[in-house]
Design a protein. Sequence first.
Length: 323
Amino acid sequence: MVLDSPGTPLRAAELPAPEPGPGQVLVAVDACGVCRTDLHVVDGELPDSKLPLVPGHQVVGRVLEPGARLAAGDRVGIPWLGWTCGECRYCLSGRENLCDRARFTGYQLDGGYAELVKADERFCFPVPEKYDDLEAAPLLCAGLIGYRSLRLAGDPERLGLYGFGASAHIVAQVARHEGRRVFAFTRAGDAETQAFARSLGVEWAGDASQSPPEELDAAIIFAPVGELVPAALAAVAKGGSVVCAGIHMSDIPSFPYEFLWGERVVRSVANLTRRDGEELLALAPRVPIRTEVEAFPLEQANEALGRLRSGGVLGAAVLAVRA
Ligand SMILES: [Zn+2]
Ligand SMILES: [Zn+2]
């Protein structure tokens, strides 16, 4: 499924098979998760994507053409971080997620909305056996970004999650596993998602316009809505952090300095490191994280994106690619 230009639907196309270069493997895609970032790329909210582009950066598949590290038949996950330079000040200080020259799957590199994809084998992850292909796909971005966001939120006893989609439903389970109390904020009146959140151990779920029943120690904002930043700041206690997990967000409205006073922190989370991936994929079966998945056939990628745009997916949308 190909994006020819932002703002237009993806087009089903027959493309030549990708030809892996040195250090790359060719992977037969079994499943590919649908991420809000894909929506931002397709809608043109993220500039300068490769065009034409095959989107998709939560790929689960099997190696067809091996490399030096991965053998034919190995089951791998291909994440958003597709390549880093290895020599800039960020790469050299354990922050490859901030690499100046990083290249991202399904953005600058063709991704997994396809039957075949090539990938740098150093950036592929082994996929825990516990998960089938559809269940594993959302771990690769929703899970990883959520996990990194949770780590950057500090050590909160009371954690707020604004937007309860693919990422939040995974983070909530990790946070509960760590003994944290979780509060979920959804679109107004979304009783189904609020009930879903409670079923995962969230102790309070309500509309994003509501105040939680008590102060929070940290909040993670997954919804791409700038108005949530002052709302979340108003909900966190002194010393608390508000972490913006998305790659794109509408403008943040101005707010009184008093909201930030008291050593409150606002920060963003950008991309992932390979270490984040290794940590989450080792942790996932131990929690155990259970992913709620709605599957779509590959050729219905536009429908899957549309459902995500309208907030109609419970958990994560995943393209089932292998017939
Ligand atoms: Zn670098
Ligand atoms: Zn993503």
